[in-house]
Design a binder for this molecule. Structure first.
Ligand code: NAD
Ligand code: SF4
Length: 442
């Protein structure tokens, strides 16, 4: 297997974010190669590499690009094929625990810009937008400066490197709403509307920005593209499992000795990553962890050897998500952690659909009274019932994701919930209990 680091290889260089540093470390070499290829060849290369989206869902990148309707030779294009094509970079990294795209943009913004130019060329787009999370003012500034450098050096603008290809790239700051990381809410926000998810299908590949065909890719996905072009698909496929190959940035936070970003091939296990991060803090034991941020069901010490790739994590009952590994030890209350996550979802719910808007509010109320020692025996069933009424009934993934921490914590650590109940309520457990109406505080 080839060695990592790949994606983070330039991060340690002095002033790694400057164009001169990037160029001295083979930067923009992949673009020169890509511009000698036909756009369809690039789509086929990325398809063949097996690269899957790093924003969380793991959708095959080359396949997404191939969904963009293109004019057919010899025919006058009509409908979406006749419209302009857009490339939008989802840089609205906001999932709790997730910290890979912002460090990437800070340390190596030109790898993203190079990936954007190659990908836009592949889908025959002449306008790309990087939508950066509103709070990340530092990343916005760094990207803006890097884009200016790229324009000045002829990597952006008209007739890029004498190829005849034109591309404009805009860096746009969001306003700090988590829901704008949902790709269609992001599009609404870009168009100047309040960011709320749109009905899918149609997917953005057919009707996206201003109703035109749009590819929306995550930062890490696009920053990987130049390496695919340079290394080739066979080289790329040597990293990790056949169905989810490639190098990957894992972010470890919480109760580890050295929290941070660790690059390793897809399919690396938590046990191996913990070793890289110095292990759990001395004198303590791992209790639970998230494989991919707060929207993904918790794992426990029983899952340390699950290969962290899309399919293996799904088979083990969770989701790879954003590879945000939040680590908790025996001193942490899983119910309190779950309450914090649920408060986040209730706060960030955009309010468009009832199950999520009302459900997350009620989940907070129930968890809060459990944490405060005022819980009722029926609350455990009520949590499950409320989650059942959100999961699969919400308009977008935010509602579904909000239930993951509750369902999985009840699955693995139900006793921790029971221990928070007052003794008289604990005594009622196991008896047939009516689900009582939930009052705000009775
Ligand atoms: P999804 O599975 O609906 O879609 C994934 C991508 O594939 C989208 O770009 C979608 O447009 C495209 N797609 C899917 N089917 C398609 C089709 N038939 N035709 C054309 N395109 C198609 O997932 P999603 O709702 O976009 O994202 C959910 C994920 O986002 C979760 O897995 C979660 O981990 C992740 N997430 C990430 C962050 C973050 O900060 N990076 C935050 C919250 C959630
Ligand atoms: Fe909005 Fe939540 Fe419904 Fe998504 S699930 S549309 S965030 S209310």
């Amino acid at each position: 297997m080839p060695l990592t680091p790949v994606l983070t290889t330039r991060w340690g260089a002095e002033r790694s974010w400057r164009l001169s540093t990037y160029e001295s470390l083979d930067g923009y070499a992949a673009l020169r190669t890509a511009l000698t290829m036909a756009p369809d060849e690039l789509v086929a290369l990325v398809k063949d590499s097996g690269l899957r989206g790093r924003g969380g869902a793991g959708f095959p990148t080359g396949m997404k690009w191939s969904f963009i309707p293109q004019p057919k030779p010899g025919e006058t294009p009509t409908g979406p094929a006749a419209m302009p094509k857009y490339l939008v970079v989802n840089a609205d990294e906001g999932e709790p625990g997730t910290c890979k795209d912002l460090p990437l943009m800070m340390a190596d913004p030109h790898s993203l810009i190079e990936g954007v130019i190659i990908s836009a060329y592949a889908i025959r787009s002449h306008l790309a937008v990087i939508y950066v999370r509103g709070e990340a003012v530092h990343a916005h500034r760094r990207l803006t400066a890097a884009v200016e450098e790229a324009y000045a050096a002829g990597y952006l603008g008209t007739d890029i490197l004498g190829s005849g290809y034109d591309l404009e790239l805009i860096v746009h700051a969001g306003a700090g709403a988590y829901i704008c990381g949902e790709e269609t809410a992001l599009l609404d926000s870009l168009e100047g509307y309040r960011g709320q998810p749109r009905l899918k299908p149609p997917f953005p590949a057919v009707a996206g920005l201003y109703g035109a065909p749009t590819v929306i890719n995550n930062v890490e996905t696009l920053a990987t593209v130049p390496f695919v072009v340079r290394g080739g698909s066979d080289w790329f496929k040597e990293f990790g499992p056949e169905k989810s190959p490639g190098p990957k940035i894992y972010s470890l936070s919480g109760r580890v000795v050295r929290p941070g970003q660790y690059e390793a091939p897809m399919g690396t296990t938590m046990r191996e990553l913990l070793e890289m991060a110095g292990g759990i803090r001395p004198g303590h034991e791992l209790k639970f962890w998230t494989p991919g941020g707060s929207s993904t069901p918790y794992f426990t010490s029983a899952h340390l050897d699950v290969p962290l790739d899309f399919d293996s994590v799904a088979a083990a009952g969770s989701m790879l998500g954003t590879t945000a590994l939040m680590v908790f030890d025996e001193t942490d209350s899983i119910v309190e952690a779950t309450l914090r996550f649920t408060e986040f979802y209730a706060h960030e719910s955009c309010g468009k659909c009832t199950p999520c808007r009302e459900g997350t509010y009620w989940l907070v109320q129930i968890l809060q009274r459990l944490v405060e020692g005022d819980g009722r025996a029926a609350d455990l069933d009520l949590l499950v019932d409320t989650c059942d009424n959100i999961l699969g009934r919400s308009f977008c993934a935010l509602g579904d994701g909000a239930t993951s921490c509750i369902s999985s914590s009840l699955k693995y650590f139900k006793d921790d919930y029971v221990a928070l109940l007052p003794p008289e309520e604990q005594a009622r457990l196991g008896r047939s209990l009516p689900i009582e109406p939930v009052g705000v505080a009775s």
